[in-house]
Design a binder for this molecule. Sequence first.
Ligand SMILES: Cc1cc2nc3c(=O)[nH]c(=O)nc-3n(C[C@H](O)[C@H](O)[C@H](O)COP(=O)(O)OP(=O)(O)OC[C@H]3O[C@@H](n4cnc5c(N)ncnc54)[C@H](O)[C@@H]3O)c2cc1C
Length: 239
Amino acid sequence: MDGKWQEVKIIGIIEENINTRRFFFEFTELEQFNFRAGQFIKLKINDDIVRAYSIASTIPGIKRLELLVVLKKDGAGTPILFEKAKIGDKFLISKALGNFVLPKNPLSDLESEVCFIATGSGIAPFRGMISELLASKYMGTVNLLFGTRTMEDLLYRDKFDALDYAQPNFHYIPILSQEKRESWQGKTGRVHAVIQSIYKVHRPCDFYICGRSKMVLEAKAHLLQMGYDNNHIHTENYG
Ligand SMILES: Cc1cc2nc3c(=O)[nH]c(=O)nc-3n(C[C@H](O)[C@H](O)[C@H](O)COP(=O)(O)OP(=O)(O)OC[C@H]3O[C@@H](n4cnc5c(N)ncnc54)[C@H](O)[C@@H]3O)c2cc1C
């Protein structure tokens, strides 16, 4: 096997919603997969198709790995994962890549507030990053703004709700753009409007933004306009 690639097999698949699945992999040879929360891997879907996926796991250094994949119906790779991949199937995975990570010393190197902003599958790297940040005993406010369409699209809702309940400084703020049902009591509309209302009184904050290119670039442009410094706006762009 090419030394750059490690073999994994699928050990679990959970349907999160109609077009999103959590894939659980186990390394067949590697005993410990090391990564920093926020990094991504490359997955060889077949001989011709390699795609990047953020690591959605929360525990580094074990034999297992979780990815959160959204089906792109007219895409080349994800239809193969959704229609053909099953438990026991083997794939090749790269080492952990990328610099979309928290500083090594969050207590001294982050501002007194951190805001994570995601849409769609862009929530994936934030599971690990938020776990790492809260485990570091960071005491500042940590906001997670998650923009998606309807209640069914709220990925990892139970996990973030539970964390919000357990951690006084963590606030889970889902924002639904197309939810009309009265049972939804949370925020609606666009993520950018919520960012503007929460941060209209300017205060020091590090922003981590992840998702599709249009949202990431727009959110960053808004924050720059609002007077935030480029050095405190960290982005991961899914293209
Ligand atoms: C660093 C990085 C991390 C990524 N992490 C994730 C992840 O955790 N989960 C995930 O589902 N995707 C992630 N992606 C996107 C992923 O690599 C693929 O582009 C995506 O799965 C579509 O692949 P495809 O072969 O089916 O479609 P393709 O044939 O490659 O592309 C078809 C179209 O799909 C668009 N597209 C790309 N990503 C998405 C998406 N997430 N939702 C809707 N449309 C999309 C592309 O802009 C393109 O126009 C990441 C991309 C990068 C660069």
